[in-house]
Design a protein around this ligand. Sequence first.
Ligand code: ADP
Length: 505
Amino acid sequence: MPAQPMRLKPVPLWLSALLVWLGLSLAYATWLLGEQRAATLEAFETQSRIVHRLLTQRAEQHEAILAALIAAELSMGTSSGLFETFAASLQRAYPQVASIERYRKTAQGRWQQIASQPTLPLSDGVLEALPERSGEGSLNVAAAEPGHYRLLRSSQHGSIFALRIASERLLQPEELPPPFMGAELSASDGLLLWQLPVRQSSWTGLAPLLFSKHLGSQSQPFVLTSRQAPLPEQLPWLRLGMASAMLLLVSLLSCWALEQYRQSSIARRQLALAQASRINTMGELAAGIAHELNQPLAAMLANSQALANFIADDPPDLPGAQQAAGNLARQAKRAGAIVHRLRQFMSPHTPQAESVELRGVVEGALGLTRETLRRQQIKVHASLPSGLPPVLGDAIGFEQVLVNLLLNAAEAMGGQPLRRLDVSLTREARSLRLDIADSGPGLSSEAASRLFEPFFTTKQGGLGLGLTICSSIIEQAGGQLSVASSPAGGCLFSVTLPIVMEALD
Ligand code: ADP
């Protein structure tokens, strides 16, 4: 016969705390990363706009330099000495200007660079392509060496001025974007003028931040593209770690508090259930108890009549009256004791964990059910050896369990030809074992598998809570309640309860 109650295991405290912590940490990390990304994006865009503005300013400077050169030619004439001094002063002020060149057409119609030390001259084709005397600028990127570009402009005097710009000097070291940011400047035909490589991130799954915009210059319509990859070291690990530790603490504390509340509410409910079940049991005990009370009451009546007779005698029989009065008091005490035991059994109380003499409790339960068992002509065979060590738990709770088991057995044997109840108490290594075996019909296979389920009953008007409450009372005391087949063919309920530590050898 299956013996164990079926229970759904509650989720352990550490697991609930872990799940709560994981959920909270995940939510916090998502929020924090979102915040961080928004802040990073804002800083990146600000930085990119600063770089863009600086480069635009530089482009405007180049146009201004060319305008200044043309104006200078007007006032200084075409002398190369004066021009070179002026050009050198401009180059000192603008380090990105690698060279300033001036070209004029010779009598043979060829272009010639006017300089004491000519630099890489431009081809006639390039210079011819410039609209003469128009004063308009022209950009020539391809004709300069790598990393450079040239900006040309013709003057009203037939000269052409050229600025050779070193792109990597457009920004001063202190103006460069931060090291985690990459940037590049390219001409409209895609030719790369300047590049600050971006640091590769190991987090390839995350999209890099991107900024791309034309410089605000008509003569140099370059495109600035900046990038920033999400780098692990930029993430707020410390904040995340600290918040995670805090959340772990909060999860543990809240789960612990919840568990405490759950335990106390379970305990409260169990208490109320046990009380309700005892009151319910009272109904079944009522007839027997009334009978048991009847005996002392009848004896009291007889003794009070005898007392009246002894006093009425002439002369009054004082020794007889004394004896009758004594009997009267003894019977009143006996009735009082029965009522006291009942009140004790019925009264709401908080289960105690105390040292309990199980033998006394069994005798008490047999006493409470004696009349019920006697009326059903059930033969009780009790084997309750004395001198057994005490067990740990709640005496009233144990009594309730035993009364419940005895009444169930009595009820199961109703209508059976053989009605025998064996109650035996034995010692095991570290516990006491109480067996209650009846000669009832035993359990059906359905009853055997659902015996400890709340509200399972086969009785009309039964609550189906008795055995559920019994097993929880016994388990609370660290013991076990199980069921098997009894040798007499009925049920054998066994309760094992741990012996108090101090009593163990
Ligand atoms: P209730 O007594 O209100 O039915 P219990 O939890 O005490 O609730 O018992 C549940 C069911 O277990 C009973 O209805 C009965 O079918 C079965 N049962 C309990 N004890 C015995 C027994 N000694 N012999 C046969 N069946 C039993």
